[in-house]
Design a protein around this ligand. Sequence first.
Ligand SMILES: O=C(O)C(=O)C[C@@H](O)[C@H](O)[C@H](O)COP(=O)(O)O
Length: 364
Amino acid sequence: MIIDVALGDRSYPIHIRPGLLGDAAAVLAPLARGQRLVVVTDETVATHHLATLAAGLPGIRLEPIVLPPGEATKDWAHLQLVVERLLDLGVERSDAVVALGGGVIGDLVGFACSMLKRGCRFVQVPTTLLSHVDSSVGGKTAINAAAGKNLVGAFYQPVAVLIDPAVLATLPRRELMAGYAEVAKYGLINDAGFFAWCEANGAAVLAGDSDAQIHAIAHSCRAKAAVVAADERETDDVRALLNLGHTFGHAFEAETGFSSRLLHGEAVALGMVLAHRLSARLGLCPEGDAARVTAHLAGLGFATEARDLGLDCSAARLVDHMKHDKKMSAGRLAFILTRGIGRSFVSRDVELAEVEAFLAGELA
Ligand SMILES: O=C(O)C(=O)C[C@@H](O)[C@H](O)[C@H](O)COP(=O)(O)O
């Protein structure tokens, strides 16, 4: 299956097929210069998948750059390391660097490629559910800064995305769940029918049912491709909807120091619950819809209560993190709220004092 991300002369295909990782020559061989491909990955992914990728590319020499796994790798030091290695390897603008891994690798490598010689090509080969359905598509590349998540980066599109859903078989359940939060997000943003599908099939996705996983991936990629085609650089209040749950989520992640104590998807799941509850408190969203979101995510095992995270922080401190949000403009935060399931919108009317009072109640 191929889904197009329609962006004029920067359009690219998302290929989705079980087994694709070990059979990628049709897409990757034409991108190899001098029968060589530079692949940036992490230690865990290299163990599981590098040999499979190589086996499907006979006659092509893979030049791996292997980084430590985890969110901490998405920093200045590793960005510099990747850029310097790519320069040492003589990567040219027309070369295509392969980003093999989850969101950390995809975001970091995409950003490195955006600046290498003012831009070389790159291919996303995502290996987690989260990167299949979200971070590999749309060209948001970034590293984290001391002030917050993804605060330094560029919009920079890959030339292709290769998704092999079979790789999910080796993904720990916790990582699968983190990705599932972003799947459910597409239903909550603007597709109540898909959220109903998630309620019926979410457990199957997490149990490894391949038909359910492929449906979830393909539906999510189509949804994200449509949003990105409509508002590539988040200027028209369309792409910003993909940040549903992220304003709360990024604040929680900042509070844990972007550690594995709280995965991005776990933070987003809780953030989506809170966005619905805050919307209900503001009289925008039916209480029943907020309760339905909580029930679905809690039923799958997500933490849906901020107080259960065991964070030793005040509501004021979380709101301070939110002040670094990229959606701040003229001192006001663009917050993704909702009028109900599938009815999210961008609001600039939310007072941070109101958010703080709401969070204080959630943390108590
Ligand atoms: O692609 C986008 O646009 C998104 O907002 C998708 C998000 O799910 C993703 O986590 C993104 O990296 C967050 O972006 P940020 O700009 O809020 O840091």
